[in-house]
Design a protein around this ligand. Structure first.
Ligand SMILES: [Zn+2]
Length: 327
């Protein structure tokens, strides 16, 4: 009924940061020679130039392309935002395009997705994680999704298990709620400030009309000037949480990868959304949708303590990885 593909993905390099030692990677401060082209009002860059810059090889196919090195690989499908980074589904901010004979990716994707995943902490300020604030979604009068179970209860159970795992690993952990109480969405990330939290993790369970849909999704705040994953239009609003675009991405990617490795469910990808719980975060923040309560298999698992532990362990492991690149 349930299978654990335990640690499968953890065999892959954590982030491509190990790639830093590659000889042909430019040193900080050097400007790479990268050609630009404007496509439907958006600035795009030549993927062949980026591949050269990062010391990666570019392989072009009919429907899409890939850039790859020993430590990292990105897959792109033309005109589609869903792609892969080291085998984990990610969503690009804009769809890559093919302007024969050259594949192009948006400048925003280059700067806010490819570069931070490849060069890691070289692209942002390092800040080690000591304190984690866990936010069990919903509560009180707001039950969240409801099937045989109430989402607010599952969120709290998973969050408590995550707290246990993180404490075992030596982190200081707080929760926005530890009982069935209602907290305004906007007040949740604000608590990160009073607890001096270094990261904020909101825990939710998902629901969908289609009962066959299952899997994990990890969200981070949509970068300014970009569309959310479920949207076509960009928004230029800048939120507090946008100061951590790159850290948010690295944390979301690691959580998606490690949580998947511990559950064996479907990979629904790292995604972007302007959730109220993420907008006002004063530190790197992500929202994890741990699975679909509307899928029979996943509903059963989400309510099963062993499976909850698997998710909690995966997220905790990801936070350890994230912390290791922050030192
Ligand atoms: Zn929810």
């Amino acid at each position: 009924m349930i299978y654990f593909v335990k640690k499968m993905r953890t065999l892959l390099p954590a982030l491509a940061m190990t790639l830093l030692s590659q000889a042909n990677l430019l040193t900080a401060g050097e400007t790479p020679y990268i050609r630009y082209k404007v496509c439907s009002g958006q600035k795009y860059v030549y993927l062949s130039d980026l591949a050269k810059y990062y010391g990666m090889t570019l392989a072009k196919g009919r429907e899409g392309c890939e850039i790859r090195s020993r430590a990292a690989s990105f897959s792109f499908t033309y005109e589609k935002r869903a792609g892969l980074y080291n085998g984990v589904k990610i969503h690009y901010l804009f769809a890559p395009v093919f302007a024969a004979p050259e594949p192009l990716v948006s400048e925003k994707d280059y700067k806010l997705i490819l570069d931070p995943l490849i060069r890691g902490a070289r692209t942002f300020q390092k800040k080690p994680v000591k304190t984690v604030l866990i936010d069990p979604g919903h509560g009180g009068k707001d039950s969240g999704a409801q099937t045989r179970y109430r989402e607010k209860d599952l969120n709290l159970e998973i969050s408590r298990k995550l707290r246990t795992e993180l404490r075992k690993k030596g982190f200081t952990v707080y929760m926005t709620r530890d009982s069935d109480v209602f907290i305004e969405l906007e007040n949740r990330p604000a608590k990160a400030l009073s607890y001096k939290a270094d990261i904020f993790i909101s825990i939710h369970c998902n629901s969908a009309q289609d009962r066959y849909v299952r899997g994990i999704e990890t969200y981070y705040l949509t970068p300014e000037g970009s569309p959310s994953t479920s949207d076509k239009k960009s928004k230029n609003t800048v939120e507090k949480g946008n100061s951590f675009n790159k850290q948010n991405l690295c944390l979301a990617y690691l959580i998606q990868r490690c949580a998947l490795g511990n559950t064996g469910t479907d990979d629904r990808g790292v995604r972007h959304a302007r959730f109220a719980a993420l907008k006002g975060a004063p530190c790197p923040a992500v929202l994890v949708e741990c699975g679909f309560m509307t899928n029979g298999w996943e509903e059963k698992n989400l309510a099963w303590s062993k499976y909850q532990e698997g998710i909690a362990e995966g997220i905790a492991e990801a936070i350890v990885h994230y912390n290791s690149i922050m030192k």
